[in-house]
Structures are given as C-alpha cells and as structure tokens.
Design a binder for this molecule. Structure first.
Ligand code: SF4
Length: 98
C-alpha cells in the first residue's frame, strides 16, 4: 500500500489493502450526501495525466514488489475524459506487465 503525493485522508475499500493507491481525482464532484463528509474540505478536480502517471511510476519503484492491483481515489475517477482514462488504463497495463 503506497500513497504518493496524496492530498488529505485516504479512503479506500478494505479489499484494496494491498493495492497501489493513487489519487487520480481530488475530492468528490457531488459532495452533497448528508451522511458523508469524506471529501467535504476538498475542492473537486481531476489531476493531470502526467501527474498520475508519474505517481504510478514512483509507486512501482517504491513498492519493491510486483504490483497486482491499482486503486484510484478519490471520488469518481470515471468522470475523467474517456480518452484520458483509456490512456491511463493502457499505461497501468504496461506498468503491471514490466
Ligand atoms: S463520496 Fe460518495 S457518498 Fe460521499 S458525497 Fe461523494 S457521492 Fe456522496
């Protein structure tokens, strides 16, 4: 479990305990559920592909072991443009193969 340049508290499902955790978005684009204050102090934004890819590279180097899964926080990563998301997933596939 590695956090690279993670802004704020990390929230991840228990099943992702051993995943490389990378912050692809910051905050939640909705941020209005009355029962949730996870991202209430973060202004939503999608990080640049360059930043995310750099974190993936650093995370892979620092892990010291094979990475089997990657988890993208914070909220709603699929809000990213489809072409960017595809580029990112292709990059992850390559990274996991190395
Ligand atoms: S993270 Fe989920 S539960 Fe929390 S405000 Fe956003 S949509 Fe609602």
């Amino acid at each position: 479990m590695i956090y690279i340049r993670y802004q704020g508290t990390v929230y991840r499902p228990p099943s992702e305990f051993d995943s490389l955790i990378i912050q692809a978005t910051i905050g939640c684009p909705h941020n209005k559920c009355s029962f949730c204050n996870m991202y209430s102090e973060r202004h939503f934004r999608i990080r640049s592909l360059e930043e995310i890819m750099k974190d993936l590279e650093i995370g892979k180097c620092q892990s010291g072991k094979d990475i089997e899964s990657i988890f993208f926080g914070d909220g709603n990563t699929i809000l990213m443009k489809t072409k960017d998301l595809l580029k990112l997933l292709d990059y992850c596939k390559e990274l996991l193969r190395e």
